[in-house]
Design a protein around this ligand. Structure first.
Ligand SMILES: Cc1ncc(COP(=O)(O)O)c(C=O)c1O
Length: 318
């Protein structure tokens, strides 16, 4: 049956077992990959965008026709551009110039106004740090004040994690035939990890959750931040705390290098035909490490966060 609008097409993405990668590495266990790059905006953040806007509508915080503003690494903005466009809210996306240009072009094509914010002096394009993000946040707040706009606030709005609690978690549990034993996720806002893991623990008490961070920027694990720059766009901001992780079940912390994320994204494209981005590569790299270590023989769930097409201008495929 055809959907009434693209809003109904968000979520319920397919999942695939990465059995070829497992076999090629001689590992024991399985990885369930949730193909969230097949969402309408080509990322998992469509779920969060729909969750936030519909919760804000229900609470009356978002008025009909009010402008929506949000800081984004591109994916949240794309999701919001789609959701706001269909529902009739003007949308302003505020993004660091360090994120890839594909993202700004796509948001504009979907009807968003895109405001780009310069990176801090000495920053590297493609490597957006927590400091760069703070600049973006400042500009977003100014625009909210100037225009009397609604801030979607993905780092704090409960609709973000709730979307993953109500959709991503239950979908992964069902897709795995209730066999998942662990879940690992690269944290940006922590909405995916917090929501998904909370749902999974409700299904199975002893399922283990691992928060993934870039090596050198593992602030959530309590490690010293020695290298805030990394190529994994969308997360790894070296923030010591995230709202969505405060009450979320965490059994362990794990790190990967940017090189591991890149190599694993490339391997996944070649070996499984899955064309994901850096953070998808990071998630799968961490899942492989877990199967080679503490989760040997287990069933690890990961999300393929966004499409590799969003990185054609970067060194991911060069
Ligand atoms: C490509 C990508 N990976 C990972 C993340 C992190 O997801 P979350 O904010 O749910 O922690 C994001 C968030 O925007 C993203 O765009």
């Amino acid at each position: 049956m055809a959907a009434g609008s693209l809003l109904e097409v968000i979520g319920r993405t397919p999942s695939v077992w990465l059995d070829r990668m497992i076999a090629a590495r001689g590992l024991e266990g399985r990885i369930l990959a949730k193909l969230d790059y097949l969402n309408p905006g080509f990322s998992k953040k469509d779920r969060a965008a729909k969750g936030i806007i519909e919760m804000a509508e229900a609470s009356g915080d978002l008025r009909p026709g009010q402008t929506v503003v949000e800081l984004t690494s591109g994916n949240m903005g794309t999701g919001l551009a789609i959701v706001c466009g269909i529902k009739g809210y003007p949308f302003v996306a505020v993004m660091s110039r360090g994120n890839s240009v594909e993202r700004a072009r796509m948001m504009e094509a979907l009807g968003a106004e895109v405001v780009l914010v310069d990176q801090l002096p000495g920053s590297v394009p493609g490597q957006v740090s927590g400091g760069d993000l703070a600049q973006v946040d400042k500009v977003a707040m100014e625009i909210v004040a100037e225009r009397g706009a609604y801030r979607a606030d993905q780092f704090h709005h409960a609709g973000n994690a709730r979307a993953h609690l109500e959709t991503t978690g239950p979908e992964m549990w069902r897709d795995s035939d209730e066999e998942l034993t662990a879940f690992v996720d690269f944290a940006g806002s922590g909405g995916t990890y917090g929501g998904t893991m909370t749902a999974l623990k409700e299904f199975k008490r002893d399922i283990r959750g691992y928060v993934l961070e870039p090596i050198g920027a593992a602030a959530l694990s309590g490690a010293e931040v020695t290298q805030p720059e990394h190529p994994m766009q969308g997360g790894g901001y070296a923030m010591a705390e995230l709202d969505f992780l405060r009450n979320a079940p965490v059994d362990g912390y794990i790190t990967v290098t940017g090189e591991q994320a890149r190599a694993t994204a490339r391997a996944m494209a070649k070996e499984e035909g899955i064309f994901g981005g850096f953070s998808a590569g990071a998630n799968v790299a961490a899942a492989l490490d877990l199967l080679a270590g503490p989760e040997k023989g287990g069933v690890v769930g990961v999300v393929i966060c966004d499409s590799g097409l969003k990185y054609l201008s970067t060194d991911l495929w060069a």
